[in-house]
Design a protein around this ligand. Structure first.
Ligand SMILES: Cc1cc2nc3c(=O)[nH]c(=O)nc-3n(C[C@H](O)[C@H](O)[C@H](O)COP(=O)(O)OP(=O)(O)OC[C@H]3O[C@@H](n4cnc5c(N)ncnc54)[C@H](O)[C@@H]3O)c2cc1C
Length: 321
C-alpha cells in the first residue's frame, strides 16, 4: 500500500469538495476499495481517501409517502434483514442476502456495492501489471486470454469485463433511483461502460440515497444468482425480475459491461400467465441477442453462461407467480 492522506469527512459537501480537487476517492465499507489500494491495481494512486463513515445520518431504511429510502451507507446485511425490504422489495433483500459473505455484508454498503469496480482478473492484477483498455491502455487482455467470466453481449470499446454487483439488477428491476449530491439518476442509467470507473458519477459526485418506488399493485419480485461457490462468490450470472399483471422488468448482471435490462424477455412475459412455457419463451427472448465468447482448449469462453442466464431469467419469472 502506498501512503495517502485519510480524511474523516463531516459532511457530503466537505467530501465532495475534496473529491473536486482531484486525486481523491471516497471510502465507504472499504471491502472493494481497500483491496484495490493494497494491490495497486489502478494507474492513479489517490493522494486522499475520504471516509464517509464519519458523516452522520447516511445509514437508514425507511418508507416515506410510499417510497423506500435507503441511506448510501446502509450495510448490505441490514438490507437483507429488513422486514419492509423482505416483504415488499423481495428482489433487493434476496440480492443483498446473496452478496459475498456475512463479514462483507456486515461491512459493505449499498452505495459501495453499486459503485464497485469490475472483477476482471487482468484489470485486478496486482501492481497494475495489465495496463488494459479500461485503464487507458490499448488492449483488452481478457479478449485474447482467459475470459470465462466475461461478457456474453460483446465488448464495449473492446472491453469485455462485466459488472459484478448483485444488488444492481435488483435496483433496476425495482425501478429505483440513485440520488447523489448533484442529481437523481434512474438506476438503469447509473452504470457506464468503457470508462475507468463503473458508473456515470462525476469526479465530485457522491451517492447519498437509494429510492425505490412502491411496487405496482399485485407485483412480486425475485432475485436469483449462480456462482461457483454458494458460501461466498461473485455471480457467474444473476437476474432480478419484478412482474405485475401487465408490466415486467427483468435485469441480468455479470453478463455485460453494465447491468443488462432484458426488454425482449419483458415483452414476451408482459400480461401473460406466469407458467413454465411462458417463462421459457421469455428466457429465450431475453437472451436472443447474446452470443458469448468462443472457447479454446485452455479457455471455455462464455457461451456456457447463456444457458445459465436463461435459467436465471426463468427462475426469477416463476418466482414472481
Ligand atoms: C471476497 C469478496 C467477495 C465479494 N463478493 C461479492 C458478491 O458476491 N457480490 C457482490 O455484489 N459484491 C461482492 N463483493 C464486493 C462487495 O460486496 C462490495 O465491495 C461491497 O458492497 C462494497 O461496499 P463498500 O461499502 O465496502 O464499498 P467500498 O469498498 O468502500 O467502495 C467501493 C467503491 O465505491 C465507491 N463508493 C463507495 N461509496 C460511495 C458513495 N456513497 N458514492 C460514490 N462512490 C462510492 C468507492 O470510492 C469505491 O470505488 C465482494 C468483495 C469481496 C472482497
Amino acid at each position: 500500500m502506498k501512503a495517502f492522506e485519510h480524511i474523516n469527512a463531516k459532511s457530503i459537501d466537505e467530501a465532495s469538495a475534496i473529491l473536486s480537487g482531484g486525486n481523491a476517492v471516497v471510502n465507504a465499507g472499504g471491502t472493494d476499495l481497500v483491496g484495490a489500494l493494497r494491490f495497486q491495481i489502478l494507474n492513479d494512486y489517490p493522494k486522499k481517501v475520504v471516509n464517509l463513515k464519519s458523516i452522520p445520518g447516511l445509514d437508514y431504511i425507511k418508507e416515506e409517502s410510499g417510497v423506500l429510502k435507503i441511506g448510501a451507507m446502509t450495510r448490505l446485511e441490514d438490507i437483507a434483514a429488513s422486514d419492509v425490504v423482505k416483504s415488499k422489495y423481495s428482489a433487493l433483500a434476496q440480492a443483498a442476502d446473496r452478496t459475498a459473505s456475512p463479514h462483507i455484508r456486515e461491512q459493505g454498503t449499498i452505495a459501495g456495492n453499486i459503485c464497485q469496480m469490475n472483477r476482471c482478473w487482468y484489470f485486478r492484477k496486482p501492481d497494475n501489471r495489465f495496463f488494459c483498455i479500461r485503464k487507458g491502455g490499448n488492449m483488452c487482455f481478457a479478449m485474447a486470454g482467459d475470459n470465462r467470466y466475461h461478457s456474453i453481449f460483446g465488448a464495449v470499446n473492446a472491453c469485455i469485463a462485466v459488472n459484478p454487483s448483485d444488488t444492481a439488477p435488483a435496483l433496476v428491476a425495482l425501478n429505483a433511483t440513485i440520488k447523489t449530491n448533484k442529481r437523481d439518476i434512474p438506476a438503469e442509467d447509473f452504470w457506464a461502460v468503457a470508462i475507468p470507473g463503473s458508473t456515470v458519477l462525476e469526479e465530485d459526485e457522491i451517492v447519498t440515497e437509494i429510492q425505490v418506488p412502491a411496487p405496482p399493485s399485485g407485483a412480486k419480485s425475485a432475485f436469483f444468482k449462480t456462482a461457483i461457490r454458494k458460501s461466498i462468490d461473485f455471480p457467474i450470472v444473476n437476474c432480478a425480475a419484478m412482474i405485475s399483471g401487465s408490466d415486467a422488468r427483468i435485469c441480468l448482471n455479470a453478463v455485460y459491461n453494465k447491468p443488462y435490462r432484458a426488454t425482449k424477455g419483458e415483452d414476451v412475459i408482459k400480461g401473460k400467465t406466469i407458467n413454465e412455457e411462458n417463462a421459457d419463451a421469455a428466457a429465450e427472448a431475453a437472451l436472443s441477442e447474446a452470443n458469448g465468447l468462443p472457447g479454446r482448449a485452455d479457455n471455455p469462453g462464455t457461451k456456457y453462461k447463456i444457458q445459465i442466464a436463461k435459467a436465471m431469467v426463468k427462475r426469477a419469472i416463476l418466482a414472481c407467480k
